[in-house]
Design a protein around this ligand. Structure first.
Ligand code: PLP
Length: 386
C-alpha cells in the first residue's frame, strides 16, 4: 500500500529527529510575535531590516490595491505586466547599477528560470556545495552537466573550469550562504569566470538591502562591475514583501523574457506588491540607520557568545548560526529556548550536511539590544544545564 509506505517513511523521519513541524503565527512578522497562542521573542525571520510590517509599506500596499485591484489576472507576456511592475524593474536596475532587471514571483522561481534559460544539454554548471536548494534544483532542471565544488574552494573550481570543454559554462553561488552566513569571494569568482569565458550567477537573497552602499547588495559591497555577472536577489527578505529579480546585461534579461519558463508560464505577481516594493526600495535606500543598528546587534551577539559552549559559525552577517552537530541536540536546544519564550529554528539535514545541525539565529533591525541580551542569557542558562 502506498499509504502505509508513506506512513512508515514519516515515522522514520520522526525517529531520526528530522520531522519538521510548523508553528502558526497570529501576528505580523516582527521581533515579538504570537505563535500557537503564545508570545515569543523570535530570531527566525529573514526580515533583516524590519520592513515586513512597516506602516509605509502597509500604506503603499493598500494604495496599490486601491489603484490596481488584487490579482494580476494573467502572465506577464499576456497582459499581466503592469506599470507598477515596469516601474519597479526600472528602479531595481538603477539601484543595483545594472542595465536591466526582470521581476519574478519568488526567488525559487527566478533561479529555476534563469539557469534553464541560459544553459542546457552540453553545457556545464559549477556550483558551490552549500548553495541554496533552489539553485541546486535549477541546475538539475536545466539538464546541463552539474559539477559541485567544495564550499568556497576556488582552487577546486579553477581545476574544474580548466578541464571543461563545454560550450557554455555557468558558475552559480549564494552571495551570503543562507544557512552559514558567510560571504562568497565574489571578486575572485568574477576573475575566474573572466579567465575561463564563463558566466557568474550570484544569488544575493541575503545581501540585497543589507550589504553595500545604501543596501545595494553584494556587488556594491565588493565594488564589482562585470558584464559576466548575472545578479539575482529576492524581495521577500530584507525588502519585506515577496518576489525576486534578476539584473544583468540587456541581452541576458531579454533572453529570460523569451525563455525563462518560470517567468512565462505563471501569473504575474499582484501589481499591488510591485507598488509596495517601490516604497520598500525608498526605505532601504534611505534607512542607513537600520543597517547600522543591525551591524551593532551582530557585534553584540558575537562578542557575548564568544565563550559559549556552542560556537558561533564564522559570519559577519545577520545570519549567525550556532554549531550544535547532532539533530536531536539541536532540536532539544531549540525547544528549551522556546520554553524560555524565544524562537530560534533548528536547521537539520538535508538543509545542511549530515552532522552539522545548527541553531540559525537571524538578527533584524527590528530587534533591540535587550532582545539580544535575553537570547544570550537564555542560551547561557540552557548550556549550564546541558
Ligand atoms: C530564500 C532564498 C531563495 C528563495 O527565495 P524565495 O523568494 O523565498 O523563493 C533563493 N536563494 C536563497 C539563497 C535564499 O535564501
Amino acid at each position: 500500500m502506498i499509504f502505509s509506505a508513506l506512513a512508515n517513511e514519516l515515522a522514520e523521519l520522526e525517529s531520526r529527529g528530522l520531522k519538521r513541524v510548523r508553528r502558526t503565527l497570529q501576528t505580523p512578522q516582527s521581533a515579538r510575535v504570537t505563535a500557537d497562542g503564545r508570545e515569543y521573542l523570535a530570531f527566525c525571520s529573514n526580515d533583516y531590516l524590519g520592513l515586513a510590517n512597516h506602516p509605509g509599506l502597509v500604506r503603499a500596499a493598500q494604495e496599490g490595491c486601491a489603484r490596481y485591484g488584487v490579482g494580476a489576472g494573467a502572465s506577464h507576456l499576456i497582459l499581466g505586466h503592469g506599470e507598477a511592475h515596469h516601474a519597479l524593474e526600472e528602479a531595481l536596475a538603477r539601484f543595483v547599477a545594472l542595465p536591466r532587471a526582470l521581476q519574478f514571483s519568488t526567488g525559487y522561481m527566478a533561479n529555476i528560470g534563469v539557469v534553464a534559460a541560459l544553459v542546457g544539454r552540453g553545457d556545464t554548471v559549477f556550483a558551490d556545495r552549500l548553495n541554496h536548494a533552489s539553485l541546486n534544483d535549477a541546475c538539475l532542471l536545466a539538464r546541463a552537466e552539474f559539477k559541485r565544488y567544495p564550499h568556497l574552494d576556488l582552487g577546486a573550481l579553477e581545476k574544474l573550469l580548466a578541464a571543461s570543454r563545454s560550450r557554455r559554462k555557468l558558475v552559480v553561488t549564494d552571495a551570503v550562504f543562507s544557512m552559514d552566513g558567510d560571504i562568497a569571494p565574489v571578486p575572485e569568482l568574477v576573475a575566474l569566470v573572466e579567465r575561463f569565458d564563463a558566466w557568474l550567477l550570484v544569488d544575493d537573497a541575503h545581501g540585497f538591502g543589507v550589504l553595500g552602499e545604501r543596501g545595494r547588495g553584494v556587488l556594491s559591497h565588493f565594488g564589482i562591475e562585470s558584464p559576466r555577472v548575472i545578479y539575482m536577489a529576492t524581495l521577500g527578505k530584507a525588502a519585506g514583501v515577496l518576489g525576486a529579480f534578476v539584473a544583468a546585461r540587456t541581452e541576458v534579461v531579454e533572453t529570460l523574457v523569451q525563455r525563462a519558463r518560470s517567468y512565462i508560464y505563471t501569473t504575474a505577481t499582484p501589481p499591488l506588491l510591485a507598488h509596495a516594493l517601490l516604497a520598500s526600495l525608498d526605505l532601504i535606500e534611505g534607512g542607513q540607520w537600520r543597517r547600522d543598528r543591525l551591524a551593532r546587534l551582530i557585534r553584540q551577539l558575537k562578542s557575548c557568545l564568544a565563550a559559549s559552549c556552542w560556537p558561533l559559525m564564522p559570519s559577519d552577517t545577520a545570519i549567525q548560526p550556532l554549531a550544535i552537530g547532532g539533530n536531536a541536540e539541536a532540536v532539544a536546544v531549540s525547544e528549551q529556548l522556546a520554553q524560555h519564550g524565544i524562537l530560534v529554528p533548528a536547521i537539520r539535514p538535508p538543509t545542511v550536511p549530515q552532522g552539522t545541525a545548527r541553531l540559525r539565529v537571524s538578527l533584524s533591525a527590528a530587534h533591540s539590544e535587550d532582545d539580544v541580551a535575553q537570547l544570550v542569557a537564555a542560551l547561557n542558562e540552557i548550556s549550564r544545564k546541558a
